[in-house]
Ligand binder design. Structure first.
Ligand code: MG
Length: 249
C-alpha cells in the first residue's frame, strides 16, 4: 500500500485522537500502584477512552481480547490484561494503547515504574524514551524513513541495550497499522522520502539484555533472556518544519 499523506481535515481528527490518547495515558499513570491488577488497568483505560466518545483501537484487533496491552518486566509488548496479574513494587509496566476518534487512530506506549524501581530499570526506561526522541529528530520532510531507524538503533546500541527487531513502528491513520514499516535499527537502503502530512507511530522497544525475543502465548512477546524491556511510542506528524508529536500531552 502506498504511504498516505493526510489532508488538513484528517490531521485535525488525528490531532484530537492523539490528545485523547495522551489524556488516557495520564489517567493510567495516576492509577498505577502495587496491588493493582492489569485487568483493572484495562477496565480504567476502556472507561476513559469511551468517555471521550472513542473506541479502543486494540479491542478485537486480530482477535486481541482487551482494550490495551500491558507488559510487565521481561514482557516486551502485547501482554494481555488479567485479573490474576498483579503489579508489584519494583516492576516496570509498559502500557500500549490506541484510540479511534471519528475513524482515525492514534497509538502510543509508555513504560512506568511501580513503587520503587532499580536504577538499572530507570535507566532502561529513560534510554528508551530518549531513543524515541532521537528518531523523531530525524522525522522531517526531506529526510528518509531510515534516518529515523538509524538514529534510534545507533543511540540504543551505543548504550548497550538490545534493540528488538521483530517488531517495528508503522504508518497510522484510518488503519492502526499502515505502511511504512519503521525498523528501530539501521537497515539497508534509505527508505521512503518523508513528506509533510505523513503520520507515523515511532516506537522503540529496548531490552536490558539480548535483542532476541520469544512468544509465550498467542500475543505476549518476552525478551529471550527474560531481561527487563521498555517501550515508548507516540503518533507523530511530519511537517515542513519540526515534527508534531500528536499523542503527547
Ligand atoms: Mg504501534
Amino acid at each position: 500500500m502506498p504511504v498516505t499523506v493526510k489532508t488538513d481535515e484528517e490531521i485535525a481528527l488525528m490531532r484530537e485522537a492523539g490528545r485523547i490518547l495522551a489524556l488516557t495515558h495520564q489517567e493510567l499513570e495516576k492509577a498505577i500502584k502495587p496491588g493493582l491488577s492489569t485487568w483493572e488497568l484495562d477496565r480504567l483505560a476502556e472507561d476513559v477512552i469511551r468517555s471521550y466518545g472513542c473506541i479502543p483501537s486494540f479491542l478485537d484487533y486480530e482477535g486481541f481480547p482487551n482494550s490495551i496491552c500491558i507488559s510487565i518486566n521481561e514482557e516486551v509488548v502485547h501482554g494481555i490484561p488479567r485479573k490474576d496479574r498483579i503489579l508489584c513494587d519494583g516492576d516496570i509496566v509498559s502500557i500500549d494503547a490506541g484510540v479511534i476518534y471519528k475513524g482515525y487512530h492514534s497509538d502510543a506506549a509508555r513504560t512506568h515504574g511501580v513503587g520503587k524501581i532499580s536504577p538499572e530499570k530507570q535507566k532502561l526506561m529513560d534510554v528508551t524514551k530518549e531513543a524515541f526522541y532521537m528518531g523523531v529528530r530525524m522525522a522531517r520532510a526531506g529526510n528518509h524513513l531510515h534516518d529515523i531507524s538509524t538514529a534510534i538503533g545507533a543511540y540504543a546500541e551505543r548504550l548497550g541495550y538490545g534493540v528488538v527487531r521483530e517488531l517495528t513502528g508503522h504508518g497510522i491513520g484510518k488503519k492502526l497499522h499502515e505502511d511504512p514499516v519503521i525498523p528501530n535499527y539501521k537497515v539497508i537502503g534509505k527508505g521512503i522520502l518523508l513528506k509533510a502530512g505523513m503520520t507515523l507511530a515511532v516506537e522503540p522497544m529496548l531490552n536490558m539484555g539480548t535483542c532476541r525475543v520469544e512468544w509465550v502465548d498467542d500475543w505476549t512477546v518476552v525478551s529471550a533472556d527474560r531481561s527487563p524491556s521498555a517501550h515508548y511510542e507516540n503518533t507523530i506528524l511530519i511537517t515542513d518544519g519540526e515534527p508534531e508529536i500528536l499523542s503527547e500531552g
